[in-house]
Design a protein around this ligand. Structure first.
Ligand code: 3PG
Length: 307
C-alpha cells in the first residue's frame, strides 16, 4: 500500500487534514501525519518509507531525498516552491509539484489588510489615510496579484502591474494598467505589493534604487519572500524616507533593528500567515492529495515544476 506523508512544520487547519486523509484513505492509500516538528531528523525519519510527501514551506533538500528511498512525488501545498531542491528532486527521480492558485485569495486578503493597517497608522488612534484614489503597483502578476487587483479595485485604487512574463493584453483583461518598466511601477505607485518568486534573478532585487523612486507616502507590502529584499537598501530607505512604511508577512533578518529605530512604520507577522486560513489550507491540501492520486493512478504530471 502506498504511503503518503503530510509533513507540515506549520500545520494545516484540522478540517483540511481530515479532508486530505479522506481522499487518501478512500483511494486505498495510507496517510502518515507529522505536524509541528522541531528537528529536521523527525522529518527525515517520517520520510523514510513515504511514497509521496505533501509539504508547505518545509525544506525538502538532498537530505530528505537521501532519507526517502521510496519517494516518487513531493507536492508543495501552495504556490512558492523555493523550499524544494528541484535539481535534487530530478536527480533522485522525484516529481515535484505545487498547487498554483489554491491559496491566492487568502494571501491577497492579507496584503490588502496590511495596506489598511499601514494607512491607518497601525490602528494607533491617530488620523490615517484611505486607500481610495491611491495607486497600487503589483510587482509580478500571477494568481495572488489578480486577486489583490480585484479587491483593490473595490477599494477604488488605481491598479498597475509589471511582469516581464505576462503580456499587456492579459494584464489589461483584469482592468489593470500595464507597466513595461519596473522603475515606472515604483515611480508612480504609493503602494507596491510584491508577488514575485524568490529565485536567482529576483533575490535582493528590491533595492534602494527601486524603492527610492516611490512617491511620498510610500508603502511596500511583502507577502512574497524575504529573500527578494535587499535589506541594506531597505534600511537605507527607512532612514532616508521618513514617509516610508514596510508591511510584511515575512520577517526580515534585520527585524530587531527596524523595530528599535523605526517604530510605527512597519508590521511583520510573527509566523507567515498569508495562506493560513481554513479555506486556503483546504483548497491547497486537498488539491495536493488529488494531484498525488492522479499521479499514481494515471501518471498525471500536471503542475510538475522540475521539468
Ligand atoms: C505559498 O508559497 O503558497 C505561500 O507562501 C504559503 O506558504 P505556507 O504554506 O508556508 O503558509
Amino acid at each position: 500500500m502506498k504511503k503518503i506523508l503530510v509533513a507540515t512544520e506549520k500545520p494545516f487547519a484540522k478540517a483540511a487534514v481530515e479532508g486530505i486523509r479522506k481522499i487518501i484513505v478512500d483511494a486505498g492509500f495510507e496517510m502518515a501525519l507529522l505536524e509541528n516538528y522541531v528537528q529536521k531528523s523527525e522529518f527525515l525519519a517520517a520520510s523514510s518509507d513515504a511514497d509521496a510527501i505533501i509539504i508547505r514551506s518545509d525544506i525538502v533538500d538532498s537530505e530528505v531525498f537521501e532519507a526517502a528511498k521510496k519517494l516518487k512525488i513531493v507536492v508543495r501545498a501552495g504556490a512558492g516552491y523555493d523550499n524544494i531542491d528541484l535539481v535534487g528532486a530530478t536527480a533522485h527521480g522525484v516529481v515535484a509539484m505545487n498547487t498554483p492558485g489554491q491559496n491566492s485569495n487568502a494571501v491577497a486578503e492579507l496584503a490588502i489588510g496590511m495596506m489598511v493597517f499601514a494607512a491607518r497608522n497601525n490602528f494607533n488612534g491617530s488620523s490615517g489615510t484611505e486607500l481610495r484614489g491611491k495607486k497600487l503597483g503589483l510587482h509580478a502578476f500571477g494568481y495572488v496579484s489578480k486577486a489583490v487587483a480585484a479587491i483593490a479595485q473595490g477599494f477604488g485604487m488605481e491598479v498597475f502591474a509589471y511582469d516581464p512574463f505576462v503580456d499587456k493584453k492579459s494584464i489589461e483583461a483584469d482592468g489593470v494598467q500595464y507597466v513595461d518598466d519596473v522603475k515606472d511601477l515604483y515611480g508612480k505607485c504609493q503602494y507596491v505589493s510584491l508577488h514575485l518568486p524568490a529565485n536567482a534573478q529576483t533575490k535582493k532585487s528590491i533595492n534602494f534604487d527601486l524603492l527610492s523612486l516611490m512617491p511620498k507616502g510610500a508603502t511596500l507590502v511583502n507577502t512574497a519572500r524575504k529573500e527578494v529584499i535587499d535589506e541594506e537598501g531597505l534600511l537605507k530607505m527607512f532612514a532616508e524616507r521618513p514617509d516610508f512604511k514596510y508591511v510584511s508577512d515575512v520577517e526580515p533578518d534585520c527585524k530587531s533593528f527596524i523595530a528599535e529605530k523605526f517604530t510605527g512604520r512597519f508590521f511583520f507577522s510573527p509566523k507567515k500567515m498569508g495562506a493560513q486560513t481554513s479555506e486556503a489550507n483546504n483548497n491547497a491540501g486537498l488539491a495536493a492529495a488529488h494531484q498525488i492520486l492522479n499521479f499514481f493512478t494515471n501518471g498525471d504530471k500536471t503542475f510538475q515544476v522540475n521539468k
